[in-house]
Design a protein around this ligand. Structure first.
Ligand SMILES: [Zn+2]
Length: 139
């Protein structure tokens, strides 16, 4: 479903023009954020502010219609991070180099794995953003 322009504007403002999962900014990646249905439309998710978030191409493609993922530590399947209902800092942090996202919880680890949030392509880009002082974004 097409996102009405006013809803898109509200999302961009709330999510600070960055991916609600990996925090990549539009300014750094140079491409417009996608709009993710947190609960997929195929599962009954609505096109409303509380069920939408901005997502980069990579997170959006890997999340797809997934609502759960495997926590590699406990080997359990758990719900993925919900950017509207949960706080990013409760579930994720940056490693010392600031190029990799570390899951702090089962939910965080499962989301990092499922969305491939540390894919080599993005970690290489993050290394450049860090050296330029553009990353990580202020919380
Ligand atoms: Zn992302």
């Amino acid at each position: 479903m097409a996102i009405p322009p006013e809803l898109r504007r509200l999302l961009a403002e709330r999510d600070k023009n960055r991916c609600a999962y990996c925090l990549t900014t539009e300014e750094n990646c140079g491409s417009r954020m996608h709009v993710d249905h947190i609960i997929p439309e195929t599962a009954g998710g609505k096109t409303t502010l509380d069920n939408l978030c901005l997502a980069c191409f990579s997170c959006n493609v890997h999340k797809s219609a997934n609502q759960k993922g495997l926590d590699p530590l406990t080997k359990t399947t758990v719900p993925l991070f919900h950017p509207v209902q949960q706080n990013w800092r409760d579930h994720f942090t940056w490693d010392d180099s600031k190029t990799k996202i570390m899951g702090l919880t089962a939910c965080g680890r499962a989301t990092v794995l499922t969305l491939q949030m540390n894919h080599p392509t993005v970690t290489k880009a993050r290394r450049r953003w860090v050296s330029a002082g553009w990353h990580p974004p202020a919380m």
